[in-house]
Every structure is written in C-alpha cells, then in structure tokens.
Design a protein around this ligand. Sequence first.
Ligand SMILES: [Zn+2]
Length: 163
Amino acid sequence: MKNKNYVPHAWESVNCPFCGSNNSFVYERFGNELQYNNLKCKICGVVYFSPRPKYDGKFLEDAYAKYNDFNHITYEYSDRLTKNWDKEISETLSFIKSPNSVLDVGACMGDYLFSAKKYFKHCYGVEVSEKMASFVENKLNLKVFRDNFTSLTFDEKFSCYSS
Ligand SMILES: [Zn+2]
C-alpha cells in the first residue's frame, strides 16, 4: 500500500533565506510523487525548500493539532500532567519581584497556563492553532492570541514569558 501524501491547503514561494534573491533554479525534486522542489540560489548557491506549505494556523493544525484530542471532553488537566510546570513556575517565581502577568508562547493545550493560573494574576497565551486557542480559552477562561509570536505586539508588560 502506498503512503498517503500530505496535501497542504496552501503554498507559498519564498526567496533565498540566505541572501534574499529570487534568482534560482530547480535543484532537485523530492517527496512521494516528487511533489516538492528544492531550489538552488543562483546568487549564493544555497539550496532551499520552495514553494513550501504555507506556515499558518491551518498548516499547524494539520501538522500537529490532530494528535491532540482538543475537541473532545477526554482532555482534562491533571496534576500528573502539570506537576512539572508547578515546579518550574515556583522556581521562576523566586526571580520575579511581583508576579503579575504571564504570557505563554505556544500555549498548545494549556497545561502550562493551567498551572500558571495559580500563581499569576493575569495569564495569556499565544497559539497559532485556532482549535487549540479556543480550547484553552474555554477551558481556562483566559485570553489566547491567535498569532505567530514574531508578528505579535502588546501594550501590556509581562513579568514572565514562557515558551
Ligand atoms: Zn541566495
């Protein structure tokens, strides 16, 4: 039986990640049906993957969110899951004068934030996966920004970041 190919919902073409040039040629094809290209930059010689699956919330859901049963009642926070976070947070807190807000970058299923809620007045998450973001919001009743960390801007100041 043949492996099922992953079909991205969207593609993006990128320039050379080293020099920024778009002057390139197809260097090799790869993948099950040679559906992917590596390009070689004519300027600096770097070989890079392009076009590539568009890196956004949908892609991340395809890539990893389906492995977590976030839509289902079966996912519950437990002390077993979060006890390492409790430990880590208490250690971090010894370096923080006044623990006020925490921002968890890549909130995922919210295990960290579940623990953090016990220690910080305000807890926020950042999560590119829409499904995970709304799961955590509903479950923990806090704000999760749907975004990529690099494109986020905040008015608020945080006393602790996690990722
Ligand atoms: Zn280049």
